[in-house]
Structure formats: C-alpha cells, structure tokens
Design a protein around this ligand. Structure first.
Ligand code: SF4
Ligand code: SF4
Length: 287
C-alpha cells in the first residue's frame, strides 16, 4: 500500500479539483480529505456518511463556582489571561496547560477534554472517503490530519486497497506536515505567478526536509507560459518529477458547480491534461 499527498502551499490553485479527478481515475484506493479547516472535497464527491465520531483534542479548564473561594491563585498563574475577574474561564483563550487545575487550593477546577470536531468514513461514487469537520476556532488540525491518515491506512489494510490519496491542507504549518510525513510522494500543485513560485519552493523544501519525493504540476500554465517554463526548469534541476501542465479551462469551474469531477464533466483540454498527469503520478508513486 502506498500513499500520495497533494499539496499546494496556498489555497485556490485547483488542488481539490485535481484530487477529486484522481478519485475518479484511480482504482483500488481510499480518499482522505485532510484539508480539515476548509474541507470541500465533499462538495464534489457528495459523500454518504457511513460512520462518524467525535474528535477530541486537548483539555480546557472549567471553574466550579460552588467550590471556588475566589482566592485568585488561578488568575495569577494563568499565562494566557484566560480567566476573568469573576473566575470564569474563556474556553477559546484557554490553552489547556492545566496549571490552574494543579494550583487551585479548593479543587474547584474541572479539566474536561475538548470536542474539536467530527471525523467521518463515507461512501462516495468513487469509493470510500475519510474526512472531518473541525469546530469553529478549534485548533489541533495537525492531530486531526494524523488521525484521518491512520484511519484510512487501517481501512486500506482491511479492504486490501493499494492506494491512499490525500488532499492536503494549504500552507507549510503543522497540518501540512502531518499530511505528508512518511508519505510515498507529494504532488505540488501551483500556478504560474510569483507567489506560486514562492509557495512551490517552500513546500518543496518542506518535502525535502521530510524526505518525501516531490512531483510538480502547473495549473493554468497558459496564463503565463514563461513562468510555467521556469517552474519546470526548477523541478528538473531540483530532483522533482515534473508531472505536467494544465491549461486554463472554464470546464474546471463548471464541473465544480455541477458537483462533478473535471474528468466526469468534460473531455476537454484540461481534462485530458489531468488524465495525463494522473498517468505519470500513478506510475511514479504507485508502481
Ligand atoms: S484557584 Fe481555585 S479557588 Fe482560587 S480563585 Fe481559582 S478556581 Fe477559585
Ligand atoms: S488551563 Fe492553563 S490556559 Fe487554561 S485557564 Fe488554566 S492556566 Fe489558563
């Protein structure tokens, strides 16, 4: 069993459209939507939930007003100013360090686990998908991404599936590291702009640091062919497999509006390019 993670460095590069098309093209696979802060693959794959569970992250403090003697010890100790003058903990500001719980002389502070969101196993017309919804202002998305990958791996083992395809989160922070660490390959999706170049270099450096082989594809390459060529050159001189380019094609947006993958919606120039990229990625990572 092997795993591919698709990343972009920032949102809006067409990463999710491409990943959803891979879902339609790949056989024997399980999909993971690891973009847990803005999960939108379900808009295209329209999943039917088969199993759901709460995702528990860290803890938070709750003061029991009946036991509190208002001694002030907790407010003095809290480094995050999470406790008000009338001894109520702000759940959002509380970092769950547990210091107040430890020092409260009246044992007045409870320390329950935080429910940060939910994760799901769903059926889609292109097979099983593991995905999640993180609560508003909740953190721990790196932890949630790791959990999704673990669940997908277990399911792939149980169902003897050969491929795990992960739609990674944007950026280069903790969630994206969690989505690509120990993966068999990352596909970086970028656009031919200066910021796209910058993002591509940053995520590639991260992949190199994590020892994960990189591939690159340039979406909407024809909006700036010169820049796209420079990106290809960067790939060829930095040990990145160049997976191909996708031309600008309004079918990409139209497919999304109709809740279809691009390759289901159209056989136009972008769909053809996506199929060619999948062939190359499939061959590079999974064979
Ligand atoms: S340390 Fe405990 S008893 Fe003292 S103010 Fe805080 S909650 Fe109340
Ligand atoms: S758990 Fe830590 S952050 Fe939360 S209120 Fe207590 S001392 Fe402050």
């Amino acid at each position: 069993m092997k795993e591919l993670t698709i990343i972009s460095g920032k949102g809006g590069t067409g990463k999710t459209s491409l990943t959803a098309s891979f879902a339609a093209l790949a056989k024997n696979k399980i999909m993971v939507d690891a973009d847990v802060d803005a999960a939108d693959m379900d808009l295209i794959l329209t999943p039917t939930i088969r199993h759901e569970e709460e995702f528990k992250g860290g803890h938070y403090a709750v003061i029991n007003q009946d036991l509190c003697t208002e001694c002030g010890e907790c407010r003095e100790r809290c480094q995050f100013d999470a406790i008000s003058e009338d001894y109520v903990v702000d759940k959002i500001d509380c970092e769950g360090c547990g210091v107040c719980v430890y020092f409260c002389p009246a044992d007045a502070i409870e320390f329950p686990q935080r429910t940060c969101g939910k994760w799901y196993i769903s059926d889609t017309r292109h097979g099983t998908m593991v995905h999640a919804k993180l609560g508003i202002a909740e953190e721990n998305s790196g932890l949630l991404v790791t959990l999704l990958r673990q669940k997908a791996k277990k399911m792939a083992e149980d169902e003897k599936l050969e491929k795990i395809i992960v739609d990674g989160p944007p950026g280069i922070g903790c969630p994206v590291i969690a989505s690509m660490a120990n993966s068999n390959g990352v596909l970086i999706v970028t656009e031919p702009t200066l910021s796209g170049t910058h993002d591509m270099e940053r995520v590639h450096q991260l992949a190199e640091f994590l020892n994960v082989p990189s591939m690159l594809c340039v979406n909407k390459y024809d909006l700036n062919p010169g820049m796209a060529e420079k990106m290809q050159h960067y790939a060829e001189t930095h040990n990145i497999v160049f997976a191909g380019t996708i031309p600008y094609d309004r079918d990409m947006t139209k497919a999304m509006v109709e809740q279809k993958t691009l390759v289901e919606y159209s056989d136009g120039k972008a769909a053809q390019a996506v199929k060619a990229i999948w062939e190359k990625v499939n061959h590079t990572v999974f064979q």
